[in-house]
Structures are given as C-alpha cells and as structure tokens.
Write a protein that binds this ligand. Structure first.
Ligand SMILES: [Ca+2]
Ligand SMILES: [Ca+2]
Ligand SMILES: [Ca+2]
Length: 133
C-alpha cells in the first residue's frame, strides 16, 4: 500500500514537471468525450460544453462564466483570449464551437480523433506559452 501511494505521488510530481501539457490535454479530452464516449469528439459534445458554460443562457460565454468552469486550468485566461477571436470579451458559439471544431477536424468528416485533439491543443498551448504572455 505504501509503495502504491509513493508510486502515485512520484508519478504525479513527474507528470507535473514533464507532461503537464499532455496531461492537461488528455484530461480535457476525457471530459469532453462523453456522449457518446467513443474516443471521438463530436460537434454535439463541444456544443453541450458551450451550453453548460453559458450559465445565464444568453448564447455567449462571458469571461466570468468561462473562469467559473476552468478552475483547474492554469492557462484559462490565455485560452479565453485565444478563443475570443473578435475580442469582444465573450465567446460566441461560432467561436467556441464551430471555429474550434473546424480547426480540429482536418478531413471534414465531422469527427475529431484524440490524435487530432491532442495535436491541436498542444499547438495552442505551446503557442500561448511562447507568445501569449
Ligand atoms: Ca464522443
Ligand atoms: Ca452567458
Ligand atoms: Ca468573441
């Protein structure tokens, strides 16, 4: 038991130092791929995330709404700015759902594989870390 706990602690620490980006992206994918949980990200799954985050139902995600659902994401501020392409301080559905999905769905079959997702988000996060601060 002690070894198990120790192994867990060690791997968590290592993960934070060496694989923090990959881990963040993996967690995000697992959270998104829920209906159906098929290893693919469908447009509907992204749309339902939008609906959950749009707490007051005004068809856009405010900065406060986005922050309230991204406590565990250290890059939430930068992510918000990245998605808010028209820089009005809100994430419209076309910004958060459609533009996002189209950018990930390379071959246009309306499915985003885990590989597509990992590749896309790792690029975004690296871009943010190098240029966005
Ligand atoms: Ca899915
Ligand atoms: Ca809203
Ligand atoms: Ca916007």
């Amino acid at each position: 038991m002690r070894h198990l706990v120790l192994a867990f602690v060690v791997s968590s620490v290592l993960a934070q130092h060496h694989h923090d980006i990959a881990q963040l992206v993996d967690q995000a994918f697992l959270r998104l791929d829920v209906h159906p949980k098929d290893g693919l990200l469908e447009l509907e799954e992204l749309a339902s995330v939008f609906d959950v985050r749009d707490t007051d139902g005004d068809a856009k995600i405010s900065y406060a709404e986005f922050m309230a659902h991204a406590n565990d994401n250290p890059l939430r501020h930068e992510m918000f700015n990245h998605f808010d392409t028209n820089k009005d301080g809100f994430l419209q559905k076309h910004e958060f759902v459609y533009a996002n999905f189209l950018a990930m769905d390379h071959n246009g079959d309306n499915q985003v594989t885990r590989h597509d997702f990992d590749h896309y988000y790792t690029n975004i996060i690296q871009h943010i870390q190098h240029h966005g601060r």
